[in-house]
Design a protein. Sequence first.
Length: 338
Amino acid sequence: MPHLLSWLTSLFLSGKIAASPARNARLLNPAASIGADEPDTRLALHKLEENLFSWLLSATPSRLGQASANSDRVLTELAQRIRTGRLEEIPRQPLTLPTLIRALSDETTGRHDLTRIILRDPALTGQILAVANSSYFRPNEQVIESVDQAIFLLGMDGIRSVISATILRPMLAARNSNEALFAQRVWRWGMACARAAEQIARVQGGDASTFFMVALLPALAYMTLRREVQRIYRGQIPGVEVEPQVVRQALEQFDWSTAQLLAEDWNLPPRYHAHLFSAERPAPRADHTPLNDGIILGTREVLRQSHQRNLAEEDLRKLLRLDERQFAIVRGHLLGNL
């Protein structure tokens, strides 16, 4: 794991996130203080991560474990593109994002202020209502017909999360049939992690809406990396089908750096970078962040709901820093959404 000072130095000197092919930080990454170094914990997380990649990439664990003659070539090129800020598939900052981020970050922004901002963009208004009426957000069977009604029913924190999901949803939509299943699954996984992180932050008195958006960034990073690998294959290994094991390696090695690159490229507030950094490298004996717990819980539950191999209940409870009451509340909300 890179030293904190050297990592920060490379970040600010390059102006981009430095990508290192050799890394220890994994997306499913618990705090060291709850047994991250114990063999049983490492094995449980390894299995959960393996099951996640098998589901997302529609490939068996044995296929994902196969060697590829193209791996070094593709991953070296990918690392260089990330290091130099030349990812061709990184999505552009949504036009409405800066205004909405400022409004959502301002505690003095009221219900009517936010409604006025949203209504300036008719397309955004329609998209927000569609997302608000999805199973992930709608509190009951009542159809939400207006932005004002959505804010009234969901509350300011709820509408903040709806807006974040609405902004990111088009970037996670499939472009063609080849990526349709991956796009569908990565969106569902990202939403499960985001809702879990949001609820954990809420029961712990944290910034729920910020953690919701931060927890969606790894899903967007996965989509970006898959598309970039596809582009590298087309440009440098024409005629060869993209191998799922190479995509898996790309996701494992560059998930956090790509999420940070997205946050930087979109000029998200510093706290977004801080949450990503704290989750990537949880300090020994530090509090477990909602992002860590949200990704672990969201991954486990979306796999369970999809009838995939996942994680035993007893192992899940060992990995999360949630008391019984918090766990029941968070999980109840999450299962209601899934």
